[in-house]
Design a protein around this ligand. Structure first.
Ligand code: MIC
Ligand code: SF4
Length: 649
């Protein structure tokens, strides 16, 4: 039996385990990526592991999220990250260089390699033929130090594309269509491979867009073959030697095959407040739009923004629409400017924003109350834009441009001239904002580490108690995202300071959570989170586990938990239980007292099943935590850092 692409790449990196779907494997990581919002904590953890330097083939520390610099906090983080990168032999991407995923594709991504990043959209690297995975910062810190990454050996789904991409339809529509088929939950433990004749009509940035939003499906990675399109892209980025061909064997096996015909694919749109609420653009045509924003790692390539500029060329944006555009990288800005397109965009009435995450993470251009905002980014969770009442829709650059011109949701296929942007023969390359390339992997050991007042300490977890003496501190519903648990936007600046950031846990869900959970903890109780389906969707931010740990949360009991968040919970000593019978969820109310008599027996048990007594209701139910031996060790010690400190792993 031939091998699929996933089997080939994972097989070449396997450190332990077997490629049997569902079982735990460990893989060698070639490259790591961190960004500033998760990176300060990742590097503080790296420091506390006592390693002398980064040992992965390549480690890059990007600054792209917190570039707003109102107050000293962001700049403190940047100074810390810069010094720590130099000390440990990590490439540092200065603020102003661009968004980590776009930059990584442009400058470092290589077919057949593995990439682990402390950001959920790291899978964008799959566009260039890598197995690229998002994880919590501490897992990335371990991989940076040369340690293996543990994951569930995936089931592999083939998405076979046929036909040719039609005018006005683009990569975003492919992934939104796939979201309409697979949804945002239930895809844990899967990797997606793209294939079929249709991929020939997808240039590299389009493939990267599709791989990027695999994060919204909840799959572990998405990967494209490395072919002539990949070769041409790497050559145009002046990296011809980084190309190697890579394809699945013709008789490769897949768990599932999904067919998408590009000839008949329509423009799609994700409606408020989930990337899984998919409709066709045509079905919403005529809806008034107040704001249009282009950019984010999903759609900020030269291909995308050139398309937008050509669609708007010589016209003005609709008088009632506010329009902003954030390019993905310095290369994109320079090329748009070289082509005169930046000036044309300004002439059309577009506000040019910094080439950074900006609006995507609620750090810029929050819409007005109740406004309809059409964006090319990847997440439209309620409130993520910074305005809770805003109605945020996710669309392709073509659909966003059409609305910018008409003021209403418009099928872009109705526009007269839809440009085709050919793949550039040569990108403008200037790596001046990547510092310390010459000492990468070596480091400069005597570099002093700069710690301003915003750089806190990493709290350490406590060993597993004998008994869970819990209070159901909060009961939440389905699809609670890490943005609900640990808000970003205006709160992002506290990322390096856990006691300060912890004050905002569940801020928008229940603003009393901090006070109540602190009081429970101080009274000697463990806090327990009760949740519905797909708890912890979205971002990889480990603060959504770390800050609850700081507030004394010891267990989550949910109907289901998403992959990255589940791993983060274990890394911080929080037990991720899943209800055996989901109807038990209905029997628990907030503030119920919840007890597990012998926690050690549960963790050491092969099934991991616990009988949980609800003392308030006088009832009981069962829940299970499925753990590998390594994860048991982490929980027994109170998390990964504590286990490393004790030499237990
Ligand atoms: C996001 O898009 O939600 C973020 C902000 O990039 C996060 C990382 C973070 O919270 O710092 C992600 O996707 O992992
Ligand atoms: Fe940045 Fe948005 Fe991409 Fe997250 S999704 S990395 S915030 S651009």
């Amino acid at each position: 039996m031939g091998k699929n692409l996933v089997e080939k790449i994972l097989g070449a990196h396997l450190v332990s385990g077997e490629l049997v779907p569902g079982s735990e494997i460990a893989i060698r990581i070639d490259q790591t990526l961190t960004q500033d919002a998760t990176g300060t904590m990742a590097f503080l953890q790296f420091e506390s592991m006592g390693l002398d330097r980064a040992k992965a083939e390549l480690a890059v520390s990007y600054v792209d999220h917190n570039t707003i610099q109102v107050g000293y906090e962001n700049a403190d983080d940047h100074a810390y990250l810069r010094s720590v990168a130099q000390r440990y032999g990590v490439v540092f991407s200065k603020p102003g260089n661009g968004i980590c995923h776009q930059l990584h594709i442009e400058r470092f991504g290589k077919p057949g390699k593995t990439l682990l990043g402390s950001d959920s959209h790291t899978p964008m690297g799959g566009g260039v033929g890598m197995i690229a995975i998002g994880a919590g910062g501490i897992d990335v810190a371990v991989a940076m130090g040369g340690g293996a990454f543990y994951l569930t050996s995936p089931k592999v789904t083939l998405v076979r594309l046929s036909g040719t991409m039609q005018k006005g339809v683009s990569a975003k529509d492919v992934i939104l269509k796939l979201l309409s088929i697979l949804g945002t939950n239930g895809n844990v433990g899967t990797m997606i491979e793209y294939g079929g004749p249709g991929i020939d009509s997808l240039d590299l940035p389009s493939r990267a867009t599709i791989a990027n939003m695999g994060a919204e499906l909840g799959v572990t990675a998405s990967v494209f073959p490395s072919d002539e399109v990949t070769r041409q892209f790497l050559a145009a980025q002046l990296r011809p030697n980084d190309w190697t061909p890579l394809a699945a064997d013709p008789d490769a096996n897949y768990e599932r095959i999904i067919e998408i015909d590009l000839n008949t694919l329509e423009p799609h749109i994700a409606c408020p407040h989930s990337p899984g609420n998919i409709a066709t653009v045509a079905s919403l045509a005529g809806t008034k739009v107040n704001q249009v924003l282009f950019g984010s790692c999903t759609n900020s390539s030269y291909r995308d923004l050139c398309t937008v500029a050509l669609l708007l060329r010589g016209k003005h944006v609709h008088p009632e629409v506010e329009v902003g555009l954030a390019p993905g990288s310095r290369q994109v800005v320079v090329m748009l400017s070289r082509d005169g397109l930046l000036g044309e965009l300004v002439a059309s009435g577009v506000r040019i924003l910094e080439n950074a995450c900006g609006f995507c993470i609620g750090n810029h251009m929050s819409p007005a109350s109740n406004a309809v905002s059409l964006r090319t980014n990847n997440r439209n969770f309620e409130g993520r834009s910074g305005t809770k009442s805003a109605q945020v829709y996710l669309v392709s650059p073509e659909t966003a441009a059409a609305a910018a011109l008409t003021g209403v949701i418009t099928d872009p296929r109705t526009l007269a001239d839809i440009p085709a942007v050919p793949a550039p023969e040569r990108y403008t390359v200037d790596d001046a904002l990547f510092l310390f390339r010459e000492t990468a992997g070596q480091g400069v050991p005597d570099t002093p580490i700069v710690r301003g007042p915003n750089i806190g300490a990493v709290p350490s977890g406590q060993p597993l108690p004998a008994k869970l003496d819990g209070i159901a501190a909060i009961k939440v519903g389905d699809k609670i995202t890490t943005d609900h648990i640990m808000p970003a936007g205006a709160r992002l600046k506290y990322r390096s300071n856990v006691p300060a950031y912890a004050k905002f846990v569940f801020e928008d869900v229940d603003s009393t959570f901090y006070d109540r959970s602190s009081a429970n903890r101080d009274a000697g109780h463990h806090n327990v989170i009760i949740a519905g389906e797909s708890y912890g969707q979205g971002s990889s931010r480990e603060h959504a586990a770390l800050c609850p740990m700081y507030l004394g949360v010891k267990a989550v009991i949910a109907k289901s938990i998403e992959r990255i968040h589940c791993a983060n919970l274990i890394n911080f000593g929080i037990i991720p239980f899943v209800f055996d019978d989901p109807s038990a969820y209905d029997t628990i109310a907030e503030n119920d007292q919840i007890v597990i008599d012998d926690l050690h027996a549960v963790i050491n048990d092969t099934k991991g099943q616990a009988t949980i007594r609800n003392l308030t209701k006088g009832s009981s139910f069962t829940a299970t935590v499925a753990l590998s031996d390594r994860q048991k060790t982490l929980l027994l010690h109170g998390g990964l850092l504590a286990a490393v400190a004790k030499g237990a792993i």
